[in-house]
Write a new protein. Structure first.
Lengths: 113, 111
């Protein structure tokens, strides 16, 4: 089991562009959460997907959207990129029931120029 | 709203010395508290959770609801404990895992 995999590992975009990040959860997990980690800060919750629906959302604008596919993989989309969107984006998978621990991916480093 | 504060950005100790990482939280309901760790060039991973009341790699953490704290302790630090540590909170009634993280504490264990 490769665990949680994210692609790409690094990405460079310019302001105003759109970006899509991808995540495959750990085998057997049905829930995917996305976090943004700015330099020198802790991860910040963006949203969570379960059964192909957004179940919980953090304090992020509508420019941030996502999708979950029937195979539980997920995408994070960010439109109209701002310089402040530069960060490490982490995907984490788990089971929805209870408070099972999160398994994190290695992240996608997004740089907005 | 919930908030997690880790007041120390960097903690430097000598091998064999005790180490304590502070974590304070604010949340009006019943929280579940976690410590996550990230070793160099590795992924963020769960170290321990208060509900399990277990000791992992010699680390323990006690939830003090009166002081709203969840400090992480180890009596004798080892060089392999050098890492980034994050305290995190999840509302206990919420299904799934929506975690609020603190800003993190970097621990450096010197030989």
């Amino acid at each position: 089991d490769a665990g949680v995999t994210q692609s790409p590992t690094h990405l460079i975009k310019t302001r105003g562009q759109q970006v899509t990040l991808r995540c495959s959860p750990k085998s057997g997990h049905d829930t995917v959460s996305w976090y943004q980690q700015a330099l020198g800060q802790g991860p910040q919750f963006i949203f969570q997907y379960y059964e192909e629906e957004e179940r919980q959302r953090g304090n992020f604008p509508d420019r941030f959207s996502g999708h979950q596919f029937p195979n539980y993989s997920s995408e994070l989309n960010v439109n109209a990129l701002l310089l402040g969107d530069s960060a490490l984006y982490l995907c984490a998978s788990s089971f929805m029931t209870g408070h099972e621990k999160l398994f994190f991916g290695s992240g996608t480093q997004l740089s907005v120029l | 709203a919930q908030r997690v504060t880790q007041p120390e950005k960097l903690l430097s100790v000598f091998k064999g010395a005790p180490v304590e990482l502070k974590c304070n939280y604010s949340y009006s309901g019943s929280p579940e508290l976690f410590w996550y760790v990230q070793y160099s060039r590795q992924r963020l991973q769960l170290l321990l959770r208060h509900i399990s009341r277990e000791s992992i790699k010699g680390f323990t953490a006690d939830l003090n609801k009166g002081e709203t704290s969840f400090h992480l302790k180890k009596p004798f630090a080892q060089e392999e404990d050098s890492a980034m540590y994050y305290c995190a909170l999840s509302p206990i009634k919420a299904a799934g895992n929506k975690l609020t993280f603190g800003g993190g504490t970097r621990v450096l264990v010197k030989p």
